[in-house]
Design a protein around this ligand. Structure first.
Ligand SMILES: CC(C)(COP(=O)(O)OP(=O)(O)OC[C@H]1O[C@@H](n2cnc3c(N)ncnc32)[C@H](O)[C@@H]1O)[C@@H](O)C(=O)NCCC(=O)NCCS
Ligand SMILES: Nc1ncnc2c1ncn2[C@@H]1O[C@H](COP(=O)(O)OP(=O)(O)OP(=O)(O)O)[C@@H](O)[C@H]1O
Length: 204
């Protein structure tokens, strides 16, 4: 299966680009969803997180208190690394099984793995090509702050835990410039889609 990794920092426009790929009936697998599945109640990872951080890290209904954990890990790089060494291998397994389960459910001849940490987590090994959604960091901060309940300070901390813009772009085969309108982004996605269809169907 030809898989394109779609990455970019928080608020760069991955979901917006993914929506346009879906419009072309491309199977898009979202790593953030896999990351939520592996910490659902009953999963071993949630028990390990509760043991490490204490029962206060759970909501009354037994689910993970994501806001509480977000605060813990983005204020403290050591705790973040602890969480990542626990969850990243599980997220990777979840991505592989979801991609296998959804194989051939869409008409496009390739799939997309949408992941904010494609490079940082090593998920890049699962894909044949890397597409980066790129915007200047100030715009990233402005869009992410406008969308989320997170403060600008919190978004800055999350950005600091991700690859710097230049390093991420250096990994890219393709770059989607999302610094202007959604129409401009969509036009770039349409062009890349045509290219990916060709790449995925060309004879070996
Ligand atoms: C800390 C948690 C509980 C916060 O949950 P919350 O619902 O507030 O955020 P959500 O999961 O939707 O992530 C929002 C964005 O934060 C960024 N982000 C999340 N985890 C990380 C991380 N470890 N390092 C850098 N950025 C991250 C990404 O841009 C992501 O899109 C959660 O992000 C988490 O479990 N992170 C560790 C797992 C992970 O690395 N996930 C990223 C996908 S592989
Ligand atoms: N070209 C654009 N013009 C204006 N707003 C945009 C544009 N692209 C995306 N946005 C807005 O910016 C915010 C971030 O975009 P989006 O959710 O697609 O980013 P993301 O990379 O998926 O973020 P995250 O990693 O946090 O999930 C959203 O509110 C979205 O509507």
């Amino acid at each position: 299966m030809f898989i394109v990794g779609l990455t970019g920092g928080i608020g760069s426009g991955k979901s917006a680009a993914a929506a346009r790929f879906r419009h072309h009936d491309v199977n898009v697998m979202d790593a953030d969803i896999a990351a939520r599945v592996v910490v659902e109640p009953g999963r071993p990872a949630l028990a390990a997180i509760t043991e490490h951080f204490g029962a206060d890290i759970l909501l009354e209904n037994g689910e993970l208190d994501r806001a509480a954990l977000r605060k813990q890990v983005f204020d403290n790089p050591e705790e973040r690394r602890w969480l990542e060494q626990l969850t990243h291998p599980l997220i990777r397994e979840e991505i592989i099984s979801s991609l296998n389960a959804s194989y051939k459910t869409h008409s496009a001849p390739y799939a997309i793995l949408e992941s904010p940490l494609l490079v940082e987590s090593g998920q890049v090994a699962l894909v044949q090509r890397v597409c980066v959604v790129d915007i200047p960091e100030e715009l990233q901060l402005a869009r992410a702050t406008a969308r989320d309940s997170n403060s600008a300070e919190q978004i800055r901390k999350i950005m600091a835990a991700q690859l710097p813009r230049a390093e991420r772009c250096a990994q890219a085969h393709d770059i989607l410039d999302n610094s202007s309108s959604l129409e401009a982004l969509n036009a770039q996605v349409d062009a890349l889609h045509a290219q990916y269809v060709q790449l995925a169907t060309k004879p070996e």
